[in-house]
Every structure is written in C-alpha cells, then in structure tokens.
Design a protein around this ligand. Sequence first.
Ligand SMILES: O=C(O)C1=C[C@@H](OP(=O)(O)O)[C@@H](O)[C@H](O)C1
Ligand SMILES: C=C(OP(=O)(O)O)C(=O)O
Length: 431
Amino acid sequence: MKAIVRPTAALQGEINALSSKNYTTRYMLVGALADGTSTIRFPAHSEDSDAMRRCIRDLGADLIEEGDTMTIRGFGRHPKPVRELNVGNAGAVLRFLMSVAAFCPEVTFVNAYPDSLGKRPHDDLIAALGQMNVSIDHNNGKLPITIRGGHPKGGRIQVSGNVSSQFLSSLLFMTPLLDEDSEIEVLHDLKSKVVVGQTLEVIRQAGIRLESSDDLMHYRIPGRQRYEAKEYVVQGDYPGSAAILAAAAVTRSDVRVLRLEEASKQGERAVIDVLRAMNVPLTHENGIVHVRGDGKLKAVEFDGDHFTDAVLAMVAAAVFAEGTSRFYNVENLRYKECDRITDYLNELRKAGADVEERQSEIIVHGKPEGVEGGVEIDAHFDHRVIMALTVVGLRSKRGLTIRDAHHVAKSYPQYFDHLRSIGAQVELADQ
Ligand SMILES: O=C(O)C1=C[C@@H](OP(=O)(O)O)[C@@H](O)[C@H](O)C1
Ligand SMILES: C=C(OP(=O)(O)O)C(=O)O
C-alpha cells in the first residue's frame, strides 16, 4: 500500500488514542506467566500486539477475546515445549520471549523480517542468558536464534543497557520464576530508562517483589515467586498519539486526543513538554490533550532518550520551526526498525528538510515557510518513519507519497483513518 499525503492547512476533531503498545505487550506477558486467569481491558490491536498474542498461545496460554476484554489463562513457569516462534517484526516481543524460551528445551525464533528485525542486535541479552545456563545459537547476535534452555539458573547476572532497555526488561520478567534469587547489574549506560519504569510497574502490579536501585542499574529479585492473575486496564498510547499531536502542531488546528493520562509512566508523555517548548498552544487536562495549532513553532533542544519512540514525530514538527532544533542522546534510534537517524534523515532530505546527523544527535534547521515535497518516500519497514513523514507531507507544498505505508500497522493500523477523520488529505492506494 502507498499513502498519498496532500498538503492540508487545517485539522479539526477528536481522536480516541489507540491503546498503549508497551502496556499491552507487558500485561499479556505477565498474564501468560501467571498460573490463573488474568483479564486485560482495552488491549491494543496491531501487528506487534498480535505477535505477542500468537507467541504466548503457541507457548500454551489460553486467550479469549470478547469486545474490549481479553482473558488469559497463563502457563506460569511451564510453557509448552514449542519448537518455533515467529515474532514478526516486534523487537520487544522477541526480547521478552527469549528469556521465557529458556524454560523450554529448544526454541528457534525465526527471521521473518530479514531487512528490519533481522538486522537488529541481541548480543547483550544472549550474553546475559549465557551466564544463566542457557545455550544459544545465533547468527552473529541476530536472528534466527535458537535457545536451548530447560534449567535456567539465577544468581549474579550482568547485562549491558547501552543498546536497548528491552534486554534488562526481559530478565526482570523471567528471574522471579527461577529457583535461585538473582542480582542483576546493568553495565555501561541504560538507554530508554523510562521504559524500565513501565516494566517494574507491571511486574509489581502482578504481585512480584523485587528491589531496584534509584538509578535502575541494580536489582535484587527473590526467586521461587509466582505471578498472580490480575485485572489490568491498558491506557492510551503516547508514542502513536505523538504523531497526531505533531500533525496538529504544524497545521491550523483544533484537535483533541482523549485517553492520554497526565500521570502516565510512558516516557513519550514528554511530548507535551516538547510541544509546549515549541510554543504550540495546548492544554492537558482530564486525560485530554487539546491542541489549537497556529502552525508557528519555535526550535527546541531536548534529550530524546526520555521519549525514544516519539523523537521522529518531534523532529517532523521541528522541520517547520523557526531556528535550529537539536535532539541529543538518541544513538539507539539506529538499532530500531531501521536506522532512525541515517535512514529517516535521508527521507526528510528528499522531502526538502534541512537536517544534519551526528552519531547520537539529530539537528534540524527549521523551515517555517514549508518544504517542497513532491517526491516518493521509502518507509524502511518503519511505522514511526511513516507516521512522521506523513506529518511533514501535510505541510509540504506538493505533498508526499509514502511507499510501503502498510507497515504503519506494526503499532497503529488505524493511523491514516484517524488522521483522515480530522481532515487530513491522505489517499491510500495499491503500489
Ligand atoms: O520495552 C519496550 O516495550 C520498548 C522499549 C524501547 O526500546 P529500546 O529499549 O530498545 O530503546 C522502545 O523503543 C520500544 O518501542 C518498546
Ligand atoms: C522500536 C519499536 O518497537 P520494538 O523495539 O518493540 O520493535 C517501536 O515501536 O518504535
């Protein structure tokens, strides 16, 4: 599918935010790791959340969905001895389940997206599991990966955090189920630290006890614990909504996005502060973000690691700001669905934006007069590139055509419908 994005001056209306991807994957996982039946209200529906549904079913969980409610009867620490799992293109699902797979005799994670997830590194988690009596075959740290487990052991575990927080999250989910107590030490830096807060929140909601240091670099996890079956409610998703808010920010708009909790632990909640710093007129009350954009934006400087999945949308807004914006500490964007620095900036340049990259920075020389557009954009298998480039297309002079736009369904299948419902001129066509 390709998306033909036409210049759109004004947006108006109300959108119910999609359900959070990160909470949906986490609640499904702790539901599967529990022995009884858990309930999840408003789980997300997307390729990534479907990957988690599929894999925990394959591992022996019973899932029933009726309307907006999912019930899961978990397998506890005894997953079915499945031989093969397909996580699609979902990084978090792969990394979380690599540790769960250590309870099985032999599981192979197949390489379904050689040009996207197939290029992402998992060495740090492979090394950590290697310290736990788990033997792993892999392709230079990449998929396909075969986990030979059966009897994983706790104890002292070291894991590097400077590529992805998902490796640490993965170990935090699994170690409470081990016979031994564990101590986890995070080596180097911990990227996307805020997301680990979501992991700890969910694990604790599921009745697990563990101690974490204030800097989130050290953990003590008693073994022999059991996840409790609980009821969970999934909140609205900030990373996906960030693109809608960016679209409202770069146009004349009167747009309300519902279900965005002010007190959320999602790091991407910071987009409210970023947009405010850009001088975007907005309010945030009772879970509703209300943007009344006038299209005038001011350049900003931010540490992007606090809102990793919304950096691309904020960069798209900065393309139209007065002055030069800088998003720093974002090197790990290079290890996501594509290289979200080099690949994304190449597409932005095609659209007419003036952008520069450093190893861990994105610099944007804003063009309040708009960009030329009139070109075809490559999606690089990346939903966030697609969403962000759509924002740029709306304020371009000649529009943009985004090839392979169906990959938006990785996290936000209804993105274009939502945008069109508030007046965006977007046509979807076969390629
Ligand atoms: O734990 C999670 O659910 C996620 C962690 C983040 O990844 P990194 O820790 O690799 O930055 C984020 O980008 C991803 O979308 C989801
Ligand atoms: C990086 C992302 O996801 P994952 O790492 O789970 O593939 C994302 O959703 O932007």
